[in-house]
Design a protein around this ligand. Sequence first.
Ligand SMILES: [Ca+2]
Ligand SMILES: [Ca+2]
Ligand SMILES: [Ca+2]
Length: 115
Amino acid sequence: MAKIELDSDNDGLGNSEELNVYGTDPLNPDSDGDGLIDGDEVNTHGTIPTNPDSDGDTLSDGEEVNIYGTSPLYSQTPGGAVLDIERAALIDLYNQTNDPAWTTSTNSRHLAFGP
Ligand SMILES: [Ca+2]
Ligand SMILES: [Ca+2]
Ligand SMILES: [Ca+2]
């Protein structure tokens, strides 16, 4: 980076970038309130920092990244056997069973890549 730009909310995006490029709030590190900070949305996830559900599948970007491990950019994660919304519902269901044989990682593997 050529010059240090003021980043008032410390989200990794400079104030003028937020105002002029992304349309985000330079005083709010999570402009769309989806649980991912603006800088991570732009630089890490490629999601839209002003849209809490970038792929429109009703799961918020933050839920997809932090809870379900699904892609926030596709309503069906590439390589996945089912839609993200279906996978999320199954993971929720398995989590409610408290059966130690079912873990989120094994579920994710089965659900992501099929049988
Ligand atoms: Ca900022
Ligand atoms: Ca956000
Ligand atoms: Ca989504």
